[in-house]
Write a protein that binds this ligand. Structure first.
Ligand code: HEM
Length: 408
């Protein structure tokens, strides 16, 4: 079994990127604006500076009303019912009736103040927590290797080979895996470029690398999506949970102790967790990636927030009612943050997968390399699957013998 502190550490590392999202801003006290005729007071400014949660409606609603204007002919009459300050507020809160010649969906939003919060989150907590999550995962894997070493096959190898993955499945796996690695590297390069790479190589060298990396990232995404569809078609049926999974989990899959080999079919419970994580995170990262690839065309957050609000979950978790009227730019900002958060969790999980599929376990790589594994390896790690393969081979042999025997 996984020791408790070890388990808590993994949990903390997985939860880390979400921590800043859960931090709620303090509510600002009720502010009396009678002295300013309803306009901002010093308390408003101080509350905003202290990043307190402030009901902005006194400003966002205050965008003028032509009906209130004194007629032009009256003494001291006005030329219109909206002052310049009100006009600016209407632009700022996206309430102005703006007409533009461009037909792009975001062109009539002239001001959008979510950009600063997005930038601050992206440059701060996102890369800090995300970076630590990846480094922490690598450190845990190194610790695991130091404590457990390479997981070796207990019994002697037989030299007899069993086909584990035919070439089409190996192709699908490497299409998915290869594209994922390229996407991960180029994505991290974009995210960490300003903070770590520009100070190292300078702007001149970074610029073409960033442009090239972005090109690779945008185009290789299609290979990833195709790989995801292929592995889902090939492996979904083998990843449906069964009664052996609980037994496998109860002994930690034998990963933490020598000589323990819980029975498993084609995929054990640990691999099923990886499979479902790849599927769910893969879909989420693909959808948010498509939303980024086609700016403003595929907004996904306002609708999702509306659905979530309906469940009552965000309110119960202390996030309050999520906003459902989002400017097109806000949709893009949220898509970028979500894409990156999913990517960090995904990469951390895949680092563990790569470790176990290569240096971590003797004989595992062959399954995806040549496609064939030693019978002893199959017996120890996927005993029930080996029995099925042998039974099928015996059936096929019996069928062939029967066909070859001349009828009497
Ligand atoms: C160098 C990188 C990688 C190596 C060495 C590797 C290795 C392996 C191996 C050996 C298996 C078969 C295990 C068995 O026989 O039961 C496997 C399965 C699998 N791989 Fe990879 N893999 C890599 C990258 C990836 C990536 C990037 C993804 C997904 C984004 C991925 C997703 C899967 C899935 C879903 C399975 C089936 C479930 C499982 O065995 O966990 N792999 N991989």
């Amino acid at each position: 079994m996984i020791p408790r502190p070890f388990f808590l550490l993994i949990l903390a590392l997985l939860a880390a990127p979400f921590a800043p999202l859960g931090v709620q801003a303090q509510e600002a006290p009720v502010i009396d604006r009678s002295a300013t005729g309803g306009a901002s007071t010093l308390e408003d400014i101080l509350a905003r500076q202290a990043q307190q949660k402030l009901d902005d409606s006194y400003r966002s609603e205050d965008v003028g009303d032509p009906a209130r204007a004194a007629p032009e002919t009256a003494p001291l009459g006005s030329l219109g019912g909206i002052s310049q300050a009100e006009d600016w507020r209407a632009l700022r809160y996206n309430k102005a009736d703006v007409t533009v010649s461009s037909r792009s969906p975001a062109a009539d939003v002239l001001m959008q103040d979510g950009g600063m919060a997005w930038l601050a989150f992206r440059a701060g907590p996102l890369i800090t927590y995300g970076g630590w999550l990846l480094l922490g995962t690598l450190a845990l894997l190194a610790l695991f290797y130091a404590l457990r070493g390479r997981i070796r096959t207990d019994g002697p190898l037989t030299g007899r080979k069993v086909l584990r993955f035919p070439s089409i499945e190996r192709f699908a796996h490497w299409l998915l895996g290869g594209s994922f690695i390229l996407l991960g590297l180029t994505g991290l390069f974009q995210l960490f470029g300003r903070k770590f790479i520009i100070p190292l190589v300078g702007h001149e060298a970074f610029a073409p690398l960033a442009v090239g990396g972005k090109w690779v990232h945008n185009n290789v995404a299609w290979a990833f999506m195709l790989g995801l569809v292929m592995v889902t078609v090939f492996w979904l049926v083998h990843n449906i949970p069964n009664k052996h999974d609980l037994k496998w989990l109860a002994v930690g899959g034998g990963l933490f102790s020598k000589g323990v080999h819980p029975p498993a079919k084609k995929f054990n419970a640990g691999q099923k967790i990886i499979f479902w994580a790849v599927l769910v995170l893969g879909i989420s990262i693909s959808v948010s990636g498509l939303s980024l690839l086609f700016p403003f065309e595929l907004p996904m957050f306002a609708g999702t927030f509306d659905l979530l609000n309906g469940t009552g979950l965000p309110q119960a978790l202390g996030f309050g009612t999520l906003p459902t009227a989002l400017a097109p730019h806000e949709e893009m900002q949220l898509a970028q943050l979500w894409h990156a958060i999913i990517a960090f969790v995904f990469i951390a999980i895949i680092l563990a997968h790569i470790y176990l599929g290569s240096v971590g376990m003797e004989g595992a790589f062959d399954a995806m390399g040549s496609g064939e594994v030693d019978e002893q390896w199959a017996k120890e790690h996927h005993g029930l699957w080996l029995d099925e393969v042998k039974a099928k081979a015996a059936d096929a042999k019996a069928g062939a013998n029967k066909a070859a025997t001349p009828a009497e």
